[in-house]
Ligand binder design. Sequence first.
Ligand SMILES: Cc1cc2nc3c(=O)[nH]c(=O)nc-3n(C[C@H](O)[C@H](O)[C@H](O)COP(=O)(O)O)c2cc1C
Length: 194
Amino acid sequence: MPAVARVSDFPVDRQFLDRWSPRAFSPEPLTRAQVQTVLEAARWAPSSFNEQPWLFVFAQSAADLAKFRPLLMDQNRVWADQAPVLVLIFARRHFAHNGKANRHYMFDAGAAWMSLALQARSLGLYAHAMGGFHQDKAYETLGVPADRYEALCAVAIGRYGDAGGLPPALAEKESPGPRKALAEIAHEGGYRAQ
Ligand SMILES: Cc1cc2nc3c(=O)[nH]c(=O)nc-3n(C[C@H](O)[C@H](O)[C@H](O)COP(=O)(O)O)c2cc1C
């Protein structure tokens, strides 16, 4: 596992710095209990009207992984094909209770994704989100109704592997990403033009 050198400007719980998005996944399978625990954490995310609009369609058997991998774009397959678990995150666009458009479905699914990612880290695993997947193929291959759900993101989950196995261009990028300064993204009292 790489040394994570992230340092925050203000003190935060270590879990926020220790979560990052590696590409060097180990193919070692996860247990069913590990996968259920990671998904269970997502289940407890907050949502508008407690609608829980998220839907996680996941693969961990060899047969399911073979079905899910072609849903990823090639630039992600290069590394994500090694991951022992793939998840496709969908969310319902309309409220179940009144059929009206739910403006917050993506916000809510985003919260659930972060719970999943943090739970993965607390099990010693990593989760890496991927917007680079074939949306149309995802509905078709997984049988999810496109008129009700939106395919939002794919996620690879697994243990850290061998960065030496990555193509050189990706091996160079294999480190936790930086962040903007807090003052740039948090404006006290009102918007402050940059
Ligand atoms: C919605 C979303 C889509 C992303 N899509 C991709 C992707 O297709 N391929 C990829 O390698 N990383 C992808 N990432 C990972 C981001 O590049 C990464 O989270 C960002 O650079 C911050 O780095 P960190 O997660 O290591 O802190 C995505 C992340 C999110 C949240």
